[in-house]
Structures are given as C-alpha cells and as structure tokens.
Design a protein around this ligand. Structure first.
Ligand code: ZN
Length: 453
C-alpha cells in the first residue's frame, strides 16, 4: 500500500498522545495510523516533536455579516491559518439572513466558490415567518438554528418573540437539531442605553453596564424554559458568567436538553483590567464581565461548557473606532487566535492543555453539530482534516493575520503555540507562512448522525 501523504509527529489520538507516530492519508481520509517505521507514501512530512491534532471546528463564526457571502473567502483563509478546518457559520448574513432553502442554496454555491475551509451552516427564522422552511433546511443539512431575543438589526439580525420562539422549538422538538439563542433582554438593554446616552457616557464601561447580567440571564432563563416546554434542545451560544452555566445545569438536572457555549475572549479579558487599553476592541455582546475568567475556566474544566468557539466577527476596525461606544460594532476577529489562545490559557492555569484543547475545540463541537466521527478526531476513516501545532512562544501580531481585518484584542499577547500546518480533506491548506490551497477546496458540510443528547 502506498499512501498519498504520511505526517510524522506526536499524534493526539482519542486515547491520548502517541509519540513517534504517523498518520497516513489517502483520498482525503485518514487511511492508517501507527508508530515507528514510516509506511510508503508519495510525500512524507516529518513534523518532529510537533503535535498532530484534529483540525479545529469553530462552532461560531460570522463570515458574512459585513461583506456578504464573498466574506467566506477571507474568513476561511484566516480559519486555515488558525488550524481551523471547519467553521460553523452563523445565519446573519449581509444583507439577508439564511432563512430559506433558496438562500441556503445560494450560500452553498458561495462556499463552492470561495471557501478554503469546510463550512457547516446555521439557519434562522425571521419575525412572522412560518416554520414551513425548517424541514427543507434540515433535509439539506443545516446543523442548527439560531435566533435572537435582541434586535441588532431589523433585517439582518432581528428579535424573535417568545411565542414565535416556542413555535420554532416545537418544530425542532422531534429532531436532534439545537436552537441557539443570542441571549439579551431587549427592554432592559434599550432602557439602559437610552439612560447612558442621556448621561453623556460613551466608554466601554458604559457598554458593559448597559447590558447587565440581569438582561443576559433573564433572556437565558426564558429561552431555557421555552425549550423545556417544547421538549427541544435549547442552546445558549454565549454565556458570560458562571451563573449562566448554573441555569443550564438546572435544566439538565431536570431532564431537559440544555447546553451553553463559551467564546475564548471570555476566558482571556476582564473589562476592569483590559477595558481602559482595549476600549471598543473588546466590545462584544453580551459583554465580557469583570472577575469571571477563573470561574469560567473552572466551568470549562468541569465539563459544564458544551464547547468553546471564536465568535469571529468580520468587522473592519473603522466600525470599532466610533466616537461613542454605542455606535461601534459588537464582536472581534478570532479565527487565528482561538486555538493558540485557548491552548495557552489552559496551560497557564495548570490544565492538560493538549487534552483540553482537543476536547473543547475538536471533539465536542464535532459531536454537537452532528459531524462526529467523520470530523473531530484522528481515527482511521475520518476526514483528513488535520492541524500541526508547534511549541513556539510568540507575541500575537494581527498585522500578519489573513482575515483582511488586521486588528485584534490579542495583539501583543504571548501565545505558547503556533499553527505550523493545516490540512483540509488531506490537502495542505496552510504551510505555516501562507495559505496554499485554493477557493473551493473547502466543502459544504451537512449534519450527520451524531447527536449531543
Ligand atoms: Zn456570535
């Protein structure tokens, strides 16, 4: 047997790291795994003592919220440079969200035209839209649905009422498909923003205070209860406090399908420490809270967090440097920082960084979105989506990023690892310096059979 590519290094397998290992790739799949003598192959890549891990699955990306569907190009270039082989893209595309089979087909066509990484898709339902499209979207492979309790944009990112939320939950109740939510109470936030503006306050602290934990947790609790009432899977796409994970755990303990997700910036930044320097560069919704980093790492380590994602947002810096914090876009770029930041943070807190990274960034999102075991693990028969990690401390410099945005709250922060290589479907996509695969090498990935519950 002669394989296409054999990659040598320390392979992080589901049962643990295997030193002096090799991963053999043929026809886009992992064909064999072993240790010791290298089998015959057209190309042998010796990664030395570098770690070979499954490609990361970023469970929350916003590729098209600014530049529309062509935004898949720069977003997925950035993904492969960050060791991410599959993004799960959110539905709030500019100008129109993904809420119909016709728009799904258009987005799949855009993936074929632009994508360097694989792309799985969320869909949504617009206000007053019936649930008639839900079945067709599921049949064509969307991995989840998402709605918002807060109106960020009336046309692109609208608020969905409680009664409609219940209707969507009922439409999903007999499936494994989660309904995710952006969880903030509209009345509380709007009243607070009005009051802050009237008081002439416009800094990052005013942003945090205008969206207090009560707004986030009230919306979270209501959504969890509606999901429970319908018997569907309710998923909170970002919780910012350990109290949020308590709420999810209560519903789980009562036998309901409930999960909560964390984004890596909530594990790194504290507004009281970093706010004065970063300002709008750390504006995300719901806001990053003071004093939560250690508690949230505990939640990750204890398994209370479904998985950790980037919540990458494709805002140019001009959209952040506004006179008032309330006019700045919410969200940060994050595809090239997710993996090194998570790994570095886990190691700094004394966790087994290798095991925790593969669990939270690869295995769990694969299982959650129905992609397991084709993705998320180095096992024979899986797709050859692979990242190679080198232990090489360096300070993050977003001017070298591939997202065409070139700003980051992580600028100047030290990361302990660097992504040396990324393979998508057995083909080299990132060689440590450049993106080397071509648009369209990334595939549309439909939901498979794995289920979280
Ligand atoms: Zn998001």
């Amino acid at each position: 047997m002669t394989y296409g590519i054999v990659i040598r290094g320390t392979a992080v397998l589901p049962e643990g790291p295997l030193q002096n290992a090799w991963i053999a790739v043929k026809d886009g799949k992992i064909a064999a795994i072993g240790a010791g003598e290298t089998p015959d192959a057209t190309e042998i890549v010796d990664a030395g003592t570098d770690l070979i891990i499954p490609g990361v699955i970023d469970g929350q990306t916003h590729a098209c919220s600014y530049g529309g569907l062509p935004g898949l190009g720069s977003t997925t270039r950035s993904a492969v440079a960050g060791g991410i082989t599959t993004i799960v893209d959110m539905p709030y595309d500019n100008p129109d969200p993904l809420n119909s089979v016709a728009r799904l087909d258009a987005k799949i066509a855009a993936i074929r035209e632009h994508a360097h990484a694989n792309v799985a898709l969320y869909a949504t339902v617009m206000p007053d839209q019936s649930v008639d499209e839900v079945g067709g979207l599921i049949a064509r492979g969307v991995v989840a649905f998402k709605i918002s309790t807060f109106e960020s944009s009336p046309t692109r990112f609208p608020r969905i009422s409680s009664s409609q939320t219940l209707e969507i939950f009922r439409a999903l109740a007999d499936t494994a498909i989660p309904l995710g939510v952006h969880n903030e109470d509209q009345e509380i936030v709007r009243a607070n923003i009005t009051a802050a503006k009237a008081a002439g306050r416009n800094g990052i602290e005013a942003h945090s205070e205008s969206r207090p934990p009560a707004a986030e947790l009230a919306a979270t609790a209501q959504f969890l209860e509606l999901g429970a009432a319908a018997g569907a899977h309710a998923h909170i796409v970002h919780l910012t406090t350990t109290r949020g994970f308590d709420l999810v755990e209560n519903y789980l303990a009562d036998g309901f399908r409930a999960t909560g997700e964390l984004c890596v910036h909530y594990l790194w930044f504290d507004p009281e420490v970093d706010g004065p320097k970063l300002g709008a560069k750390m504006k995300v919704n719901p806001p990053i809270r003071p004093g939560q980093i250690g508690l949230l790492w505990d939640d990750v380590a204890s398994g209370r967090v479904a998985f950790v994602s980037s919540d990458h947002s494709s805002w140019p810096i001009d959209n952040k440097l506004t006179a008032s914090i309330f006019d700045a876009g919410a969200g940060v770029p994050g595809l090239e920082t997710l993996l090194p930041a998570f790994f570095t943070g886990a190691e700094a807190r004394g966790y087994d960084a290798v095991a925790l990274t593969v669990e939270q960034l690869c295995e769990r999102p694969a299982k959650f979105f129905g992609l397991w075991p084709q993705k998320g693990a180095l096992i024979v028969g899986a797709d050859a989506d692979i990242a190679v990690l080198k232990a090489e401390p360096h300070n993050w410099d977003s001017s070298k990023a591939h997202d065409e945005l070139r700003w980051s709250p992580f600028d100047g922060r030290e990361f302990k690892v660097r992504v040396a290589r990324t393979y998508v479907g057995g083909k080299l996509a990132w060689d440590g310096t450049d993106v080397v695969n071509v648009p369209g090498d990334g595939q549309y990935v439909g939901r498979g059979t794995s289920a979280w519950f």
